[in-house]
Design a protein around this ligand. Structure first.
Ligand SMILES: Cc1cc2nc3c(=O)[nH]c(=O)nc-3n(C[C@H](O)[C@H](O)[C@H](O)COP(=O)(O)OP(=O)(O)OC[C@H]3O[C@@H](n4cnc5c(N)ncnc54)[C@H](O)[C@@H]3O)c2cc1C
Length: 566
């Protein structure tokens, strides 16, 4: 077993991880990054619509406006101290990206263009066509790799983290499998920043990449870090029929309509002021209601972009044009696009403070894996990219001064041996007719059916039983590939274990929250109940393996909860 030592270990090469790594390097730390895929293949690469830029020129608008809209969209579950940090620091991050070389889309006069996103009172979202995430991710990677600016960094590319190491009450790095060799190693660090992204694939269908399996959230849970707001799963209003592929909110931001089978712009009934650009939870519920009440065609409603004109579509929504053409053979400049709501984002995650720190010393988290919480019960579009940059940087800026003067502590060989035994157990298991892929699919479909947009106790409780049965199957299922080199069969198996942990947490928290707030709609408790539920639900694994459910108050600074109307 090789043991590697670094000051700061960043797990994840998406936007949060890259931003954290750059900030740590700038402060002179010895930094390592580990990612199960090449970093620019992280899901951040798929972000289409844009990034909010509070305080960036007139268009970005005053930070207070952005903070209020974020708070309102969160259905007042977001912590307002954290939202204030996001809004105050956010503009600087967007400008930093522009200065590092992100080629934002422009207005004719050369200034950065903006589009309007759901839940926002005005257009304040900056974008690069419909490839905003890709543009930023590649620029950050360039910065990270630039020899003139940053000293060499150790990149553990295509290494798969199997667990976090917590020894003597502190996080000391991780155990990781070198996918190319199949060998396990300890990568030790004085500070570890978990930036492993979301868990969208716990549901099927989902807009998320296949690699979004909640690994870091489950790993942090397993070492006793608190996990918060897991019932808050964002369902995006527009995913493409039959594929789950995202059709960016930017399309509605550019003026697209939603129509039912009768050609009616049904959002008039649900959000007469903001229409298609009401908050995501509101629009998704409206669509699902239209579908459930039979005003659908084959389980879908329609996105109408015909009136936008071919020129605008090709300039600003080119990727959407191509997705529709290539995947469903539809020309969006001439035809209606069938869409339906689909799982997109997890508002919950590893509970951190505004500096990314968890209660476990040395363990930080940022990005979609973390719950600061700025998104509360419903995330505003284009706030996630902002969140990754602001809190990725802040986590590193807290970690590097914190670790000064701290010594490395050798980790016991037993931490690696434990994971080696787990892997041996999987490889030794005979095939029994079941398959990891099948269990994964059954989990995803049942989560969508039972813990989806509209939640009722019978279905939630049914899902508890389903998950027990799925876990029993999981513990018996083997893998076909018994080899060491690039054994993706094995990785899918380990990922499924993380996903089942996450599915459990989502379902339990959804059962617990007896009200409707943001993305969490309980048909048996249709109203928001601030008297009893203006609080976060937190799950923490105890040293004896049992689970504790507790609550944290929501931090309210200047925006008192009001009824939410769009
Ligand atoms: C299709 C789509 C479009 C979106 N559009 C927008 C948008 O326009 N605006 C916006 O604000 N937000 C958008 N979002 C949300 C936003 O893109 C994500 O929330 C954000 O990019 C997450 O970044 P991250 O750095 O936290 O994680 P990710 O980019 O998901 O990166 C996670 C990293 O962790 C690594 N990792 C995970 N598990 C392991 C493991 N076990 N071992 C080693 N490495 C591991 C992965 O390799 C990867 O490098 C969109 C999301 C999707 C799915």
């Amino acid at each position: 077993m090789a043991v590697y030592e670094h000051d700061v270990l960043v797990i994840g090469g998406g936007l949060a991880g890259m931003r954290a790594a750059i900030a740590a390097q700038q402060l002179g730390a010895d930094v390592a990054m580990v990612s199960k895929v090449h970093p620019v293949r992280s899901h951040s690469n798929a972000a289409q619509g844009g990034i909010n830029g509070p305080g960036v020129g007139e268009d970005g608008g005053p930070w207070e406006e952005h903070a209020f809209e974020t708070t309102k969209a969160s259905d007042y579950l977001g912590d307002q101290d954290a939202i204030t940090v996001l809004a105050q620091d956010g503009g600087g991050e967007v400008l930093q990206m522009e200065h590092w070389g992100v080629v934002f889309s422009r207005k004719p006069d050369g200034r950065m263009a903006v589009r309007r996103f759901g839940g926002m009172g005005k257009a304040r979202t900056f974008f690069v066509g419909a490839i905003t995430g890709q543009a930023i991710l590649h620029v950050l990677y360039e910065q990270l790799m630039h020899p003139a600016r940053f000293k060499a960094m150790r990149m553990y590319e295509e290494w798969f983290v199997t667990s976090l190491i917590v020894d003597d009450g502190q996080c000391r790095g991780c155990v990781a499998l070198n996918i190319r060799t199949g060998e396990l190693h300890a990568i030790t660090a004085k500070a570890t920043i978990v930036c492993t992204g979301g868990l969208g694939r716990v549901y099927e269908p989902s807009t998320n990449a296949l690699i979004c399996t909640g690994d870091g959230i489950a790993q942090a849970y397993r070492v006793g870090a608190p996990i918060m707001d897991m019932e808050m799963v964002q369902i995006h209003p527009t995913t493409l029929k039959g594929t789950g592929v995202l059709i960016t909110e930017g399309a509605r931001g550019e003026g697209a309509y939603l129509l039912n089978k009768d050609g009616e712009r049904f959002m008039q009934k649900y959000a007469p002021n903001m229409m298609e650009l009401a908050s995501r939870d509101v629009v998704s519920r409206a669509e699902q209601t239209e579908i459930d009440e039979g005003r659908d065609v084959d389980g879908c409603v329609f996105l109408d972009m015909r009136h936008l004109g071919e020129q605008l579509i090709k300039e600003r929504l080119e990727e959407i044009y191509e997705i529709a053409r290539d995947l469903v053979n539809i020309d969006i400049a001439k035809e209606l696009l069938p869409i339906l709501p689909g799982v997109h984002y997890i508002m919950g995650g590893i509970k951190t403070d505004v500096d990314g720190l968890t209660p476990v010393p040395g363990l930080y988290s940022a990005g979609e894996a973390a719950c600061v919480s700025v998104h509360g019960a419903n995330r505003v579009g284009a706030n996630s990219l902002l969140d990754t940059l602001v809190f990725g940087r802040r986590a590193a800026e807290h970690a590097v001064p914190w670790l000064q003067g701290k010594a490395f502590r050798p980790v016991p060989e037993s931490v690696v041996e434990k994971d080696r035994a787990m892997i041996r157990g999987i490889l030794d298991r005979p095939m029994n007719g079941d398959r990891v892929a099948k269990i994964r699919r059954d989990m995803g479909v049942s989560m969508s059916a039972n813990v989806g947009i509209f939640r009722v106790p019978e279905r939630l409780n049914k899902q508890v039983d389903e998950l027990k049965a799925l876990r029993a199957r999981y513990e018996k299922v083997g893998v076909e590939d018994k080899g060491k080199v690039f054994n993706t069969d094995l990785l899918f198996h380990i990922e499924l274990g993380y996903m089942l942990d996450c599915a459990d947490m989502i379902t339990k928290s959804a059962i617990e929250r007896k009200e409707s707030r943001g993305a969490h709609t309980r048909l048996d408790y249709p109203d928001r109940n601030d008297a009893e539920w203006l609080k976060h639900i937190v799950l923490t694994k105890q040293p004896d393996g049992s689970e504790k459910m507790s609550y944290l108050p929501v931090t309210i600074t200047q925006w008192q909860p009001q009824e939410r109307k769009y």
